[in-house]
Design a binder for this molecule. Structure first.
Ligand SMILES: [Zn+2]
Length: 223
């Protein structure tokens, strides 16, 4: 672990990785109940390559020893699906603790989409529906009820992951992007404004968008 990997833009380690860095990653091989299987490894690497396909200043290197890894990926059913945000992963120094967890194994359907989203967080990208420039305004009580019923989320968790705006400005010129892999899908009757989106559904993303690729290149241009 070294601070030389992080850009130090925010927080103890910052969110953005230093461009030019090589990130070492480990998918746990044991204990078996929380380990990656062969398809997990294949899909995870495929998702990585999709993010980096347009050229990348970051390099990724798989390592066998979790103590040597900057990113550690666990498959624990009981720990939810999440990733640390960018270089904040370096804040977790216990090599037995993951910096990313999947609560089910990966496949080339919803598993690939999940991997693309969590890897986006791993690269430092926040939720697109919470960007400062999204025009969306919520029926907040309905949103809280929706995610409580659908996912068992508390009000606080829904506010943190859906309603609250973050303050991270995008680096590319691409505007708010409802097709982003970092955007959630939304059912009807959750959006209060603006008029063009009011009470409409937003489809869950199924692939990296043009905006996602632009943002990745803006953060980590080939060097
Ligand atoms: Zn997310």
């Amino acid at each position: 672990m070294t601070d030389a990997l992080a850009s130090g833009l925010q927080g103890a380690h910052g969110v953005k990785w230093r461009n030019g860095a090589t990130l070492r990653y480990h998918l746990y091989a044991r204990p078996s109940a929380r380990a990656a299987n062969a398809l997990d490894r294949e899909v995870f690497d495929h998702a990585l390559s999709m993010w980096m396909a347009g050229g990348s200043g970051l390099a990724m290197m798989a390592v066998d020893d979790p103590a040597q890894a900057d990113i550690r990926v666990m498959f624990s059913r009981s720990r939810g699906r999440w990733s640390m945000l960018g270089a904040e992963a370096l804040d977790i120094t216990n090599s037995r603790e993951p910096t990313m967890n999947f609560d089910s194994h990966l496949d080339y359907g919803s598993g690939l989409i999940a991997a693309l989203h969590e890897i986006g967080h791993m690269f430092g990208f926040r939720h697109e529906h919470q960007t400062p420039d999204t025009p969306l305004r919520w029926h907040e009580a309905a949103v809280v009820d929706h995610f409580r019923a659908k996912s068992g989320w508390s009000e606080a968790y829904t506010r943190r992951n859906v309603v609250r705006r973050h303050d991270m400005k995008r680096k590319s010129r691409h505007p708010w992007d409802p097709k982003s892999i970092m955007h959630y899908g939304f059912a009807t009757d959750l959006i209060a404004e603006p008029a063009g989106w009011k009470n409409r559904a937003i489809a869950s993303p199924t692939e990296l968008s043009v905006g996602d690729r632009a943002e990745y290149r803006a953060w980590y241009p080939p060097i």
